[in-house]
Design a protein around this ligand. Structure first.
Ligand code: SPD
Length: 270
């Protein structure tokens, strides 16, 4: 249950439960959705459909860049976005910054389908608050992916105006951002705020809607931003090494996901 909306999933077995300095972490095996991770009682991922979210948080941003080499992931301690980034040969350096060491450790142990690339030699793991980490980085990254929890928990600073300012300064010329941008059905005010903040610091934006049955309302979105060019289409073909490995993202899906229902398009200007 979160934000006044609940879902019921039949669990077969509790695999792990602990309270970190930041949140309650739980992992279950479920009847229909495979293994699930919850933080403070809110579903973060399910084995059955996590590919939709991880791919759409990653590939639209990476493919809206001409040749990304340096990437930062803020949040995402489960490793799913890192797994997607590691598919690209062109990416040479991946910084992962998550505040909660216990999420990373639990994922390594119990969610191998998520954490499989955390030991890739290109990956550097930083355990600290992403809103502080980003302040030290100027003009450095080609792509920044903000894979946050919902506002209200430890991810709260990642939904603020100052954070978007700092993200814009951490990007190199032509850099692209993707940010977990909630469900327009569940948290419309948060979606509007994100658009407003991002609009102050980025000239071009896209809002990719993602169908994920295990998230409340069945959908979530990735806000994609850039200062130099539009982001609503891929700027190149999917590299050979990535093609055929994906289950959700395609070059057509990139554009299609950003064609929005009228009520969501209106949130951009309200
Ligand atoms: N409402 C839940 C949003 C969860 C977003 N983060 C998921 C992390 C998966 N890598």
């Amino acid at each position: 249950m979160g934000h006044g909306y609940g879902m019921t999933v039949l669990a077969k077995e509790k695999i792990y439960s602990a309270v970190s300095p930041y949140q309650k972490i739980e992992i279950y095996d479920t009847e229909k959705l495979g293994r699930m991770l919850l933080l403070d009682g809110i579903i973060q991922l399910a084995e059955a459909d996590e590919f939709a979210y991880q791919e759409m948080m990653t590939h639209p941003a990476v493919m809206a860049h001409d040749n990304p080499e340096k990437v930062l992931v803020i949040g995402g301690g489960d490793g799913g976005v890192v797994r997607e980034l590691c598919r690209y040969d062109s990416i040479r350096e991946i910084d992962l910054c998550d505040i909660d060491k216990m999420v990373i450790e639990a994922s390594r142990k119990y969610l191998p389908f998520m954490s499989s690339s955390l030991d890739d030699p290109r990956v550097n793991i930083h355990v600290m608050d992403g809103s502080k980490f980003i302040k030290e980085k100027k003009n450095y990254y080609d792509v920044i992916i903000i894979d946050s929890t919902d506002p209200g928990g430890p991810g709260e600073p990642l939904f603020g105006r100052n954070f978007y300012h700092d993200v814009s300064e951490a990007l190199r010329n032509g850099g692209v951002v993707a940010a977990q941008s909630e469900s327009p059905y569940l948290l419309p005010d948060v979606v509007k705020n994100l658009w407003r903040f991002a609009g102050e610091f980025f000239q071009y934006s896209g809002y990719a809607m993602i169908y994920v049955p295990s998230y409340p309302t069945g959908c979530i979105a990735s806000g994609v931003y850039c200062n130099e060019h539009s982001v609503d289409k891929p700027r190149r073909s999917l590299p050979e090494e990535v093609k055929n490995k994906l289950r959700y993202y395609t070059e057509d899906m990139h554009h299609a996901s950003m064609v929005l229902p009228a009520f969501v398009e209106k949130m951009r200007i309200s």
